[in-house]
Ligand binder design. Structure first.
Ligand SMILES: Nc1ncnc2c1ncn2[C@@H]1O[C@H](COP(=O)(O)OP(=O)(O)OP(=O)(O)O)[C@@H](O)[C@H]1O
Ligand SMILES: [Mg+2]
Length: 250
């Protein structure tokens, strides 16, 4: 059984940055290999991890029926092959990029087969980190059936806090299962939790809420188009995430 972390939240609040630091923390703790799933078609998770993706698997589901017939193999087998082709191996983690969500030519069956294939792949890893696009599209499409640790990310604004509450209600409405809920309030001034964050912790019953300050080193890496993976081992945001992960997986 693998332990799946899914990061979700409002646009631009730092989900991909933090997902990268989750992955680095897991590798640092020796919880390898980690599977990193990029479920945001516009994401830059690969860039932030310093790896190159050559092939996303999203398009596979649209052509799988015809290709499987032509190659006289089952759709499951073909998707397994495509996923294996799309998997990029790096130090301590492998990464797969989902690419575009289902398009107009896509049919449900192929989509379900793809989800099964992703599940099968995830089951081969002890730890999986899923970086989602803004909102809850991916969770509602049920790329994964349930997650172990749901991480909702916001900035410190009141609007951000309201979004977290809305996201939480959606999670409940859609019946997305999770064992632990963690709220991360990112890019705060001086690392202080805004007052509204306490309200959100109470209304969601989150087990943990953390304020992460605006960080110059992370901002500089982004400015220089360098992977956040390269952040120094003493970086305070990285240290906080490392501590959080060791506590959560205990
Ligand atoms: N604590 C931080 N301090 C300074 N800059 C940060 C911090 N966290 C994230 N950033 C910067 O904020 C920007 C947005 O971060 P990121 O791309 O991780 O957000 P996102 O939530 O994944 O966005 P999207 O919704 O577009 O996927 C990036 O330039 C990143 O370097
Ligand atoms: Mg992102």
């Amino acid at each position: 059984m693998s332990c799946l972390f899914a990061l979700s939240g409002k646009g631009g609040v730092g989900k991909t940055t933090l997902a990268s630091l989750f992955i680095r923390s897991l590798t640092e703790l020796g919880k390898t290999p980690v599977l990193a799933i990029d479920a945001d078609p516009n994401s830059c998770l690969a860039d932030m991890l310093g790896v190159k993706i050559h092939f996303t698997i999203g398009s596979a589901r649209e052509t799988v029926r015809d290709e499987a017939e032509a190659q006289k193999i089952s759709k499951q087998e073909l998707l397994r092959m495509k996923i294996a082709q799309g998997l990029v191996e790096s130090s301590g983690f492998d990464m797969i990029s989902m690419g575009r969500p289902e398009g107009p030519g896509c049919y449900c069956y192929a989509n379900n087969v793809l989800k099964m294939a992703i599940k099968e792949l995830s089951d081969q890893y002890p730890y999986v980190v899923l970086d989602n696009e803004a909102g809850l599209e991916n969770l509602s499409r049920r790329i994964v059936q349930s997650v172990d640790v749901l991480v909702l990310v916001s900035d410190a604004s009141n609007a951000g806090m309201n979004t977290l509450e809305r996201l939480y209600s959606l999670v409940r409405e859609m019946g997305v299962g999770f064992r632990k809920l963690i709220l991360l309030v990112n890019r705060t001034r001086g690392g202080e939790l805004p007052e509204s964050a306490v309200r959100v912790q109470n209304s969601t019953g989150a087990q943990k809420i953390l304020a992460l300050p605006y960080d110059e080193e992370i901002a500089r890496l982004a400015e220089e188009s360098r992977p956040v993976w390269e952040v120094s081992g003493s970086n305070p945001i990285y240290r906080t995430i490392l501590e959080l992960i060791s506590e959560v997986i205990k």
